[in-house]
Structures are given as C-alpha cells and as structure tokens.
Write a protein that binds this ligand. Structure first.
Ligand SMILES: NC(=O)c1ccc[n+]([C@@H]2O[C@H](COP(=O)([O-])OP(=O)(O)OC[C@H]3O[C@@H](n4cnc5c(N)ncnc54)[C@H](O)[C@@H]3O)[C@@H](O)[C@H]2O)c1
Length: 306
C-alpha cells in the first residue's frame, strides 16, 4: 500500500508499548487509527495523550472472535473503511518452573492471546480486505521464537513461532488466491541498541480471573523482569540502554508501505543463531546454540520463585 494517507489502520494491544507507538506512526502518515486494548485505563490514557480526531479507542479482547468482529464493525462505522490490521497484542504469562511444570492456565492464557488472538484478528478482518482487494496484515512475532527460542522462556517463544508460521502460510495463501492484500511479520527491533521498555516485561500483569492459578494473591504479585534484568546486567558490569519504540513503529509503517514481509532490522547476533539452528537441523546435531548465558531471562531456580 504505497499511499497511506487517509487509509484506516487498527492496532491491537494499542493501549501502550509498541502498539501505541505504531498508532502514532500511522497517524503521522495521515492515516486514521483505531487503538484496541483489553485494559480500559491504558486505552483511554493513550487516546487522550495522542489527542486527535483521527484516533479512537475500542475496548477489545483479542481472545474473542466476537470482540474482534465488533472492532472491525466499529472501525468501518466510524471511519468508513478499514485497510490495515496489526495483530500486535500479546502477553507474557509469568509462568514458573520448567516447560513440564507450567500451570495449564499459563499455557491457555498465552496461547489464547498470542496465537488465537492473531487468528481471531485475521478471521475478523481479512475477508473485508480480500473483498476490497486492498489492505495489509501485520502480525507481531518476536525474535524469541520467531527466529530461535530463548530456551528458558518456554511458553512465549512457542506462541511467537506459531505467529511466524501462521503469517508465512497467510502470505502464501494470499498469493495463491491472487490477492493484492499484503502480509508482514513484525519482529520488534531497533537500529539503536537497547531494550524495548514496554509492559510485556511485567509478565502476568492484568491476568484475567479465568486464567487464575488458584492463588489470587500470588497471581497479583507481578515481577518486573526489566528491573531484574537491568540489575543483573549492572552486577555483570553491563550498561543497558533503552531503545526508542518509534524505530519499531517506523519498521511497521515501512512493512505496510513497501510490502516488506520480514519486518526487522538486520541483527548480526540473530543471524549467527539462525545459521547455527539451520546447521543443527541439516547436520542433525543437538541444538547446542540454545545453551548460553543470557542475562535477559531468569534461570530455572529464579523462575520457580516468581
Ligand atoms: N517489548 C519487547 O521487547 C518485544 C520484543 C519482541 C516482540 N514483542 C511483541 O510486541 C508486541 C507488543 O508488546 P509490547 O512489548 O508493546 O508489550 P505491552 O505489554 O506494552 O503491549 C501489549 C498490549 O497488549 C494488550 N493486551 C493483552 N492482552 C490483550 C487481550 N486479550 N486483548 C487485547 N489486548 C491485550 C496489553 O494490555 C498491552 O497494552 C507483542 O506482540 C510482543 O510479544 C515485544
């Protein structure tokens, strides 16, 4: 979609972090934007802060197809059309222990939001885009899972690997039916080195009751993984800068405008990991590239104490 001016974009998980930044970047392109989020306060604050008639908020739960269909209908009612859907909402469940020990509701919550949420977004919006033969779908994945998994984080990379595979299939099928609708995978990344300081680091925050683990007090006690990481890095004598979310949002705009499938900045470390993974598959050797000291993730003992 070369000309973005006047076009209408929807961003799930748009109440904060990367989603909000994407909304702001689309607005700067002259687009109209619907931010969708399950946390009302975040959403209201974001819409108020942006303060434009071209941006509205819609309370949405991506785990529900009905909610996504309502989002689509409200978008079309309000702005008269829809062209871009960014399936960006995701959670980190803050699971404890190892993959064979996680509470089933940590799996269910993560799979419902991170995977079914993307599928619901695609089902609700893509028929309209295909029918008008114009539009773009951006699904947010992560290098963690989308390229190679950070073994210690278990659930999250499983969901992000699914988003990557899903989007590859989507791209292929759109081509197969001869549609002009584009598809991209966004790997949040920046040219400026640093961490993306967003809500996702507070894994387990805003956990709905239906995904409770039987101990509401423990569920409400959410770890700030970014603060923990920064503390670990400091102890190891490392300075960790914070990278601007605007760069991730610019990547998303570029993906839509230039029909970029792999929306990511090149990262040498990631390239090394991808090559190591491919070599391991081709040579049928164990995934030893996964064994590394990573200050970003908690070790098994610490995970057990979350
Ligand atoms: N921050 C990073 O380092 C990073 C890296 C790679 C990928 N990502 C991905 O970027 C995307 C945005 O995450 P972020 O980092 O901005 O985190 P964030 O927590 O700030 O944003 C996610 C948003 O999704 C919303 N959300 C959660 N459940 C929802 C539901 N059921 N329905 C609707 N909205 C829901 C949250 O309220 C939140 O506002 C996610 O897909 C995440 O996996 C983030």
């Amino acid at each position: 979609m070369k000309d973005l001016k006047g076009k209408v974009a929807v961003v799930t998980g748009g109440g904060g972090g990367i989603g909000k930044a994407i909304g702001v970047a689309f607005l700067a392109q002259g687009m109209k934007v619907v931010l969708a989020d399950v946390v009302k306060d975040l959403l209201d604050e974001a819409v108020l802060e942006i303060g434009s008639d071209d941006v509205i908020g819609q309370l949405t739960d991506v785990t529900s197809l009905d909610s996504l269909c309502e989002l689509r209908d409200r978008t079309i009612d309000h702005f008269g059309a829809v062209h871009v859907i960014c399936n960006n909402a995701a959670v980190g469940a803050g699971a404890t222990g190892n993959v064979w020990e996680h509470h089933m509701n940590d799996w269910k919550w993560s799979l419902d939001v991170n995977v079914l949420g993307v599928i619901n977004g695609m089902n609700a919006f893509i028929p309209t885009l295909v029918e008008q033969d114009e539009g773009h779908v951006v699904n947010t994945s992560s290098g963690n899972g989308g390229y190679t998994p950070m073994a210690s984080t278990g659930i999250y990379p499983v969901t992000k690997a699914a988003v990557t595979t899903l989007t590859e299939c989507l791209w292929g099928q759109l081509k197969e039916v001869g549609s002009n609708v584009g598809a991209s995978i966004l790997y949040p990344s920046t040219q400026t080195p640093g961490v993306l300081a967003t809500g996702i680091w507070r894994a387990g925050a805003n956990r709905p009751d239906r995904y409770g683990r039987g101990d509401p007090a423990k569920d409400a006690d959410v770890r700030d993984a970014l603060a923990d990481y920064l503390a670990r890095a400091k102890e190891a004598g490392q300075e960790v800068p914070v990278a601007p979310l605007e760069e991730v949002a610019d990547l998303c705009v570029q993906a839509v405008r230039d029909d970029l499938f792999w929306a990511t900045y090149p990262m040498d470390r990631q390239t090394d990991m991808l090559e190591a993974r491919t070599r391991s598959m081709i040579n049928r050797t164990p995934p030893e590239y996964l064994i590394e000291e990573n200050l970003m993730s908690a070790d098994a003992k610490e995970r057990g104490e979350q």
